[in-house]
Design a protein around this ligand. Sequence first.
Ligand code: MG
Length: 238
Amino acid sequence: MTPPNSERLDRLLSMNASDPLTTSEIDALALGDTKPIIICDVDEVIFHFLGGLEQHLAQQQCWLDPASFALTGNIRHRSTNEPVSKERVGELLFGFFDDYAHLLKPIDGARQVLQTLAETCDIVLLTNLPRTYLEPRKQNLCAEGFDYPLVINSGAKGHAVARINQYGGRPTFFLDDSPANIHSVAEIAPETILIHFMQDERFRKVMPDMPQTALQAENWLQTSTFIENSIRQQANSG
Ligand SMILES: [Mg+2]
């Protein structure tokens, strides 16, 4: 494996340490050193997260207002339309993971596209999830045909992406629905090819501009066409 150049090494060493468990999961990935890497979020990119969450919220007499891409402030009581407290948002999310973490359903095209890309790329799933739900989430992913290495992260994903691609030198794609994660990866791992994936039309309308992205995708067909073309172009130019 090629050692990182000095600029990359300085950047890696100057990073704030991310969660040591996340780091050790990444270091255990044993990725090859030649294939392109696809680093893919899970919730709302592979799995329908919002739909399940909204079902859960309805059972709890609440609803999600798609006024902006945030849960706090947008989860409202059905009776008063007032936002629930930050503490209640946390309770509702944990309740959702308890009831649904093992039952989420894939977004159209995700399974087939990743299966095809896996023939020529390394796939890594990078998700923000309380570790308590790791096993049910893994079972859910495997049962739905996403048996790829899974890394659990917390907070913005830039450091984890930089660590996954610490040796550089090959196309690395990052897919996520969260603008905060897109910004973080753009800042900390700027060589990454960024795909903002948002299949929910209501939330697409309230997204901020993300000029760092190479693609703002609405579905997996667009995503696969873009990735395959990018890999082909890079191979031809290299
Ligand atoms: Mg997500």
